[in-house]
Design a protein around this ligand. Structure first.
Ligand code: WT7
Length: 668
């Protein structure tokens, strides 16, 4: 179990060097030497990157720890604005009329061509962002420090609203459009947001998803919300309540040349808060800032993606997750790239949608996910071979470990053995990529499934329980040893909860950032992140706390207790499995199972649906009453139970095992 991903052994010794690759191939030693110098002077290394951006006023100090422990400020006193860096800077140059976004809606015509395509040049985008910022400021009275929520799908208005808010210094939180009313409410309430941007709906997998209705449901639970601004994506009539206004109405008399001076943001002032799941409690609002965050994005766009002016860049993620914030919105725009924005799913109308996009726009850089790759692998190579993908020159994946065979498929079938393929490790907390191959800087030999070396300036290690580095090839816990720009920002790292920030990330190993991941370092020093080490699942790359699903289950009238674990899945990487104890007076039945599945779908969202839900009369617990998920997982993964001395009732394990065995039989 330890040194494998989805049952495939980690190929520590398989080295692949791209002979034809146009950039600098280096040996491991050469990179390690360069890396050593960069971490010795990590502040200076990052400072030299920051200098490549534009600042309204320079910083006084590169980095300092704040009075809040483990919260660090970067480029202290320097002022900039990420909306300025993303737009104004290009509008002043020849890039003014370069295409920033090509947006494609999901629906296609009888010929299979997208019904709607919109292109925005940097100038168009700058204009739109200014108009929206103008309306936000003059009509909605929003100002620096105010908080808003954005519940928009993958349509151009999403980045436009994000950039407009950034321009004003209005703090935003984007809520993934697959989330439910409860998810919206908890985030809005934590942030005390006064306004929500949403859309009437979105096309997804050929169906219409009505987003405004979900926002309406959430409004009963969110007293702070005064206005709802609705983007019309579907085009029909929209039911408007007292609080609601259409974005188009709001913009109707805003002049086309409206201009809003970008707010001068001190480098460490808040850009956005993005919620992510942990082991316990409600999702954590990770804070990201303007200056340090922009610096990390600029560095990684150059080093990891080798971004150049003639590239066409396609990141297949959703902007609702951090990948989209950093690598669909801010990163590519800061570099002045042309990017693809795609509304829908990868298999609509057929499982070659991504490849059709790559071919039609001549995509050169692809950033995608292991789950996406594994899904498409199942449909066979013909869907790929049908399209000319010869423009692709850099490919990376993100979100979860990539198993060697999925890596090989990306490398051989998609990239035709010509493009470097990497697996970039990072997390919502880090703001940007931390461990990755660096084809834009120097490329060490690739290995199928590895993350590679930490970036220049980033020092990572793999430690055992007591904090000593593990031996090469052994599994341990991944840590980051130095602060980095883009890290959770001032004042508290986690919105409103500094204590939780310190406890979650900086307490297992004082002074080191604990990521919560298992990792292996091989004898060449390459890092292989092998999965979460805590009670967090990665389901299709989405981060879900087992605790969150358990809370949803026990909030059902018939449920007394619930335990959720993640088990490996050949496509989704991991999937939840739920064990439920019903309250006295309720009987297990197919109807009850269906009711609980619907309950999860409606109260958490479809991404949290368990692969199986079992009824048991008791859960394995310690004598002190803690659910022993470790045991449940051992049963479900057929591995040794290990130490069961603290188990209160041995019969509970038998029951969990029996339920699982019956399930396995039923799906065979
Ligand atoms: C967790 C963070 C990073 C943006 C999307 C996910 C896992 C992420 C990799 C990778 C192995 C990976 C880790 C991490 N993860 N990328 N390339 N190889 N694992 O952000 O939702 O905050 O999740 O995703 O477990 O801790 P996130």
């Amino acid at each position: 179990m330890s040194n494998e991903i989805l049952g495939e052994a980690l190929p520590f010794d398989e080295k692949i060097v791209l002979k034809s690759w146009a950039h600098r191939n280096v040996s491991e030693q050469e990179y390690l030497e360069y890396h050593r110098k960069s971490v010795e002077n990590f502040k200076e290394s990052w400072e030299s990157v920051a200098k490549e951006l534009e600042w309204f006023t320079p910083w006084e100090k590169v980095m300092e720890e704040t009075q809040n422990k483990n919260v660090y400020k970067w480029f202290v006193g320097g002022t900039t604005n990420i909306s300025y860096l993303s737009l104004d800077r290009h509008v002043k140059t020849w890039r003014r009329h370069k295409v920033a976004y090509i947006w494609e809606g999901e629906p296609v015509d009888d010929q299979g061509r997208p019904k709607e395509v919109r292109k925005y040049t940097y100038y168009d985008l700058w204009r739109e962002v200014n108009r929206v910022a103008y309306a936000m400021k003059t009509k909605l009275g929003l100002k620096k420090g105010d908080r808003i929520a954005i519940y928009l799908p993958m349509i151009p208005e999403l980045p436009i609203v994000m950039l407009a808010a950034a321009r004003l210094g209005v703090i935003f939180t984007v809520i993934f459009s697959g989330f439910t009313a409860e998810n919206i409410a908890s985030r809005v309430n934590d942030l005390n947001a006064t306004l929500i941007f949403t859309a009437d709906g979105v096309y997804r997998r050929g169906k219409i998803l009505k987003l405004k209705e979900i926002v309406d449901q959430s409004l009963n639970l969110t007293p702070s919300v005064k206005r709802v601004i609705v983007v019309r994506r579907l085009g029909g009539e929209v039911q408007l309540g007292q609080r609601d206004v259409l974005l188009e109405e709001l913009l109707r008399d805003v002049p086309s040349n409206a201009y809003v001076e970008p707010e001068r943001m001190e480098s460490n002032e808040t850009l956005y808060v993005l919620y992510t799941s942990g082991t316990t409690g409600k999702p954590k609002g990770m804070i990201h800032d303007h200056g340090g965050y922009a610096t990390l994005l600029h560095a990684t766009m150059k080093w990891v993606f080798d971004a150049r002016d003639d590239d066409v860049y396609f990141c297949t993620a959703d902007i609702g997750w951090v990948t989209g914030h950093s690598y669909i919105v801010f990163g590519p725009l800061i570099e002045g790239l042309t990017s693809i924005l795609y509304e829908g799913t990868l298999d609509t109308p057929a499982p070659d949608r991504w490849w059709s996009i790559v071919e039609r726009y001549g995509v050169t850089i692809l950033y995608t996910s292991p789950t996406g790759v594994r899904t498409l692998m199942k449909f066979g190579e013909d869907y790929v071979k049908k399209h000319d993908l010869s423009t692709l020159r850099v490919i990376h994946s993100v979100g979860e470990p990539i198993n060697p065979s999925a890596w090989r498929w990306l490398f051989q079938v998609v990239g035709n053995g010509r493009a470097p393929v990497g697996s970039t490790w990072w997390m919502t907390e880090t703001g940007g990529i931390m461990i990755s191959h660096l084809p834009g800087l120097m490329l060490v030999p690739m290995k199928p499934g590895t993350n590679g070396y930490p970036l220049p300036g980033v020092e990572a290690d793999v430690l055992d329980e007591s904090g000593n580095p593990v031996r090469p090839g052994e599994r341990g816990y991944l840590v980051l040893k130095n602060p980095w720009p883009g890290m959770p920002a001032a004042p508290t790292g986690i919105w409103g909860d500094h204590e939780r920030y310190v406890k979650t990330y900086w307490s297992k190993y004082p002074g080191l950032f604990y990521a919560g991941d298992y990792a292996v370092k091989d004898k060449d020093g390459y890092i292989w992140v092998a999965g979460r080490a805590d009670e967090v699942m990665k389901v299709s790359g989405h981060r879900i706390g087992t605790y969150e699903l358990e809370s949803v289950l026990v909030s059902h009238r018939a449920v007394s207790e619930a335990a959720v674990i993640g088990v490996p899945d050949q496509v989704k990487g991991e999937v939840p499995i739920a064990y439920v104890v019903l309250k006295v007076g309720n009987q297990p039945s197919e109807e009850m199972r269906k009711e609980l599945m619907d309950w999860i779908r409606n109260n958490y969202g479809p991404i949290g649906l368990p692969k199986a839900l079992f009824f048991v009369t008791k859960l394995p617990k310690t004598r002190s009453g803690k659910i022993m998920r470790r045991l449940i997982r051992s049963v479900a993964t057929n591995s040794p139970l290990g130490d069961i001395t603290s188990l209160e009732d041995v019969g509970s394990v038998d029951e969990v095992k029996q339920a699982y065995d019956e399930f396995v039989k039923s799906i065979k």
